[in-house]
Design a protein around this ligand. Structure first.
Ligand SMILES: [Zn+2]
Length: 250
């Protein structure tokens, strides 16, 4: 089942936003009944863009998910992250203690952070190059189950090897080490994810959370920034201000 999405609105005080999963019967600020007609609201309801996507919606991307559990319910700052690559059909290739496998992203990869790596207008040639390089990488002898080491040859090694074999000049500086790749592409995304997760858990706990609209520092997630995202790619809003990779054809 898909996790519910966070919405927000203002009822009686434009300076305060009420975050919730569904509009409550009464306003947590004034206590008045909220009419079903949303015209009784001062603003909203609007959706807080979720930073997570399903693999099937993120073809030709690098994907990140917690090694155990999912982001919304299990993730903590100290949790290990697992990384994989989608082909042009959104099927995930990943390397772990069972070797390389290709999984249909339905369940295991239905809530992940995506790093899209593609030209502005990917054409058939680029997609072919991506899928071909991914198949070649996955077929290498390096990725046997017995050679897997949690702190050595692991999921990051697989992804970095693939990206190196993709031969994208713009990516090269970020591929010098796992640490460099993490700091260039992963840290900013996990920060946004952590803010969303924090807000989600607060709303689950409290039912409806009132947050001052004026003081964004107190706001668990910067809604204004998210709404300035390009509408052309709504599933990735919230992460588009971060390091993304736009490549030229190899
Ligand atoms: Zn009210």
């Amino acid at each position: 089942m898909k996790d519910p999405e966070i919405i927000y609105f203002s009822h009686c005080d434009a300076a305060k936003r009420i975050f919730c999963l569904e509009i409550p019967e009464t306003c947590p600020i004034c206590g008045e009944t909220i009419e079903e007609e949303t015209s009784s609201l001062l603003s909203g309801p609007r959706q807080v863009p979720c930073p997570f996507v399903s693999a099937t919606d993120a073809p030709c991307s690098i994907l990140i998910r917690p090694t155990l559990g999912d982001f919304l319910h299990f993730y903590s700052n100290s949790a290990d992250l697992h990384i994989g690559v989608t082909d042009s059909k959104g099927q995930v290739f990943e390397y772990d203690s069972q070797g390389v496998k290709k999984s249909r992203g339905k369940k295991r990869w239905d809530q992940c952070l995506a790093i899209p790596i593609s030209p502005q207008n990917p054409d058939g040639r680029w997609i072919q190059h991506w899928d071909y390089t991914l198949a070649i990488t996955a077929g290498m002898d390096t990725w046997s189950a017995s050679d897997y080491q949690e702190d050595g040859i692991n999921c990051y090694s697989f992804v970095l090897t693939f990206l190196k074999m993709l031969h994208v000049p713009q990516l090269k500086p970020s591929l010098s080490s796992k640490q460099q790749f993490c700091s260039d592409f992963m840290v900013s995304r996990t920060v946004v994810a952590a803010k969303y997760i924090s807000l989600y858990r607060q709303v689950i706990r409290d039912g409806a959370s009132v947050i001052s609209a004026k003081n964004n520092n107190n706001c668990k997630i910067d809604v204004n920034d998210h709404h300035s995202q390009k509408p052309s790619n709504p599933t990735l809003s919230g992460v588009t201000e971060m390091a993304t990779v736009t490549v030229t054809h190899p």
